[in-house]
Design a protein around this ligand. Sequence first.
Ligand code: PHE
Ligand code: ZN
Length: 861
Amino acid sequence: MRTDTAPRPTLLSDYTPYNFSLDSVTLDFDLRVEATQVTTTLSVSRKAGGPMRLNGEGITLKSVSIDGQILARKDYQLTQTELVLDNVPDNCVIEIITQCNPSQNATLMGLYVSGGRFCTQCEAEGFRRITYYPDRPDVLSVFTVKITADKSKFPYLLANGNMTDNGEAPGGRHFAVWEDPFPKPCYLFALVAGDFDILEDSFTTMSGRDIPLTIYVDRGDAPRADYAMDALKRSMRWDETAFGREYDLDRFMIVAVRDFNFGAMENKGLNIFNSSLLLADGPSATDMNFERIESVVAHEYFHNWTGNRITCRDWFQLCLKEGFTVFRDQEFSADQRGAAVQRIKDVRALRARQFAEDAGPLAHPVRPSQYEKIDNFYTATIYEKGAELIRMLKTLLGADDFRKGCDYYFETLDGTAATVEQFIESFEAATDRDLSQFMLWYEQAGTPVLDVKRDSSSVTFTQSLRATPGQKTKRPMPMPIKWQVIGKDGPVSDPQMTVLNGASITVDLPNDRPDTTLSVLQDFSSPVRINSRNETGDYLRLMGGDPNSFNRWDAGQTLATKLLSTLTGAIESGRMPRVDTALRDYVSALRATLLSPDFDNNFKALTLSSPSVMTILQTRKASDPTAAALAVDWLHRAIGDRLRGDLLPLYNDLQDSGPFSPDAAAAGRRALKNASLALMGASFHPQAAPLALEQFNDATNMTDELSALVTLSQLGGRRVDQSLSRFYEKWEHNPLVIDKWFAVQAMRKLPGGIHDLSDLTEHSAYDRRNPNRVRALVGNFAMSNPHMFHNIDGTGYDFFTAQILDMDSRNPQVAARLAGAYEIWPKLDKARQALIQDQLRAIMAAGPSQNLSEIAGKILG
Ligand code: PHE
Ligand code: ZN
């Protein structure tokens, strides 16, 4: 049964401040798995007239009293989602007693049980599942939290801030009291209770304060938290040097949990992490896992200033904390691992996810103006495009003025719930610049197209932006464009910077030599698509000689995308793909990159990795996704064939010796080695299977083990099943690795088709309540198995819809997120368009949650 009401969108323009302030909040938790009682004491003062409205969902009200007087039933109104108190004195103390059932809470919002422990998730609107409260980010208060629980089952009792008291309680129970001196909105509240292994360390801040750091993990997992701890200390130092931000509380804690809807959460002083983004060691985690852990640990830590000390006035301002914090974690990773490679990875992710979102039915501005369910707005646009806007701001202002604006923002808005306007105004005030036009980047959805047209002595840049859902007309936005003129022997100009403010601008070329190529949008200086008149020869030149690493990589991607688009067209019309000059030249340029001593292994591996099926679909109309997938396979095979003589020596040269290190250099070596193995596999090199098998059997790290398994699974045959079983038996007791085992199978062409996939959902290790497991199998199937998901018989879609609806009955947030995979339908051929529309209608007809209905409804249009 649904407790949520019919969709009524929330509007940015409806914002009004809350009519009370909360001078302090006390929460007293009597933790019991099936019936937890929460006593909430609010000391309030009135700021404007009207009743006091408190949000609440899925909890039972036991009593309400004002200044010690229990209210009679006629003195308040209670609905499924609200408690409304009518005659609240101007200054008073309100006490509310509620009860909830954490063991039955499958939404993973509010207070729930995961792996026998209590934990909470309150962002965005989960606190209302704990108690009646003004569950909105602009109501800040200081919290005191008392937790009482069974001592033997729940030896650790944690909440935000500093522990001020603890002791024994009757009946084998104990208690702890936590105080957080920094006023915060309730979405940053956290509580954890249970048994853990702990990893302890400490950090001395720039002003010399000693901060104990503790990471709480499953029994036996403490050694797997070493890398996260190291990343945390590096993040704390980096925030001091790069942004002048020091940690504020007396201690910092991180807890890992297995059941979690998203990645991780920045609760004040008590971050809670999906264990997949915290636990790693060489044998069980891939280099990508290490990289993600480093960036997410940094991200959540950085939120302490961008999100917690300065929070959001309302959820429309979500990018204020998320875009800024993603930008900060990207800059951190760039400093840790190399700026060029980091930029390439960030842009690749932006194009794959955010550009697709911006071009489809779910397109929305970085700051939306309305939503139905805020959980659905934790999107690539808010996060990744939000980060690009901050990056542009830095490019436009220069590093020094950017830092001045940040300092001004931290100084003037500390302790407040701010808006995007206030953020931009900080930069205006600190640097005396007019940034009013920049606000358009926050308001207009869609990816602008930057048209580049040159003649012998000048270049003309023109911007345009197509209509998106709900936004018909668009205005030009300020666009920083970094460019350079490249001749046949290298650059013939310095890097230039042009800011395009209006629709179009023409600038003189620094020197008008014939036979030069423009390298435009170096470092991806604005989040736009380029419409360039460059030809194959120009891209080949840039691939070989652009001094800007990003554009050197991007030239290869552009060539590969063009090849793949042509190949897809050929396959769609039943023609055999052919090796032509363009392909030969492209592979020669790849080869030159591979053999060059000037580029590092990470860069080479990125150059070898081809654009995804998603990227190809973006460049075409009404396309068959399985043809695009065949095109990718075919291109890999052609590259492998043409590099046949190079791959094996490369593979052998890159063999690791010595102890495992997760650092960027070692990871780059593995990435390139495994890319060459994959190409040997794709082209059925006679050595591919024996090498993959040997690597799989002898691997001492998960990157090598998993890469070998993937190559084997693509080669097919009996050895696949043997390797998969072996892998399962070896890792049966490590849930994070078993997620990988499900993922590998979800992404391969299963011999028994969709039945094999259904069988996997019946496997004893499959747990439909665990989001990580469901994402591993169902999410990867929809996003990374085009052959089976888009099977024209419709069985892939049937399977996927059934899984979404099943998930929706327990966890609407995760269900809605899965359903996002259907947003691609307008780019597909007519037959598949019709199939997916039927699926979306079926979802709408099944009585979905409000989360799922918003997503399915918008995708359907
Ligand atoms: N605020 C979290 C972040 O750091 C994301 C999140 C949102 C996690 C909602 C859980 C729930 O990005
Ligand atoms: Zn965040």
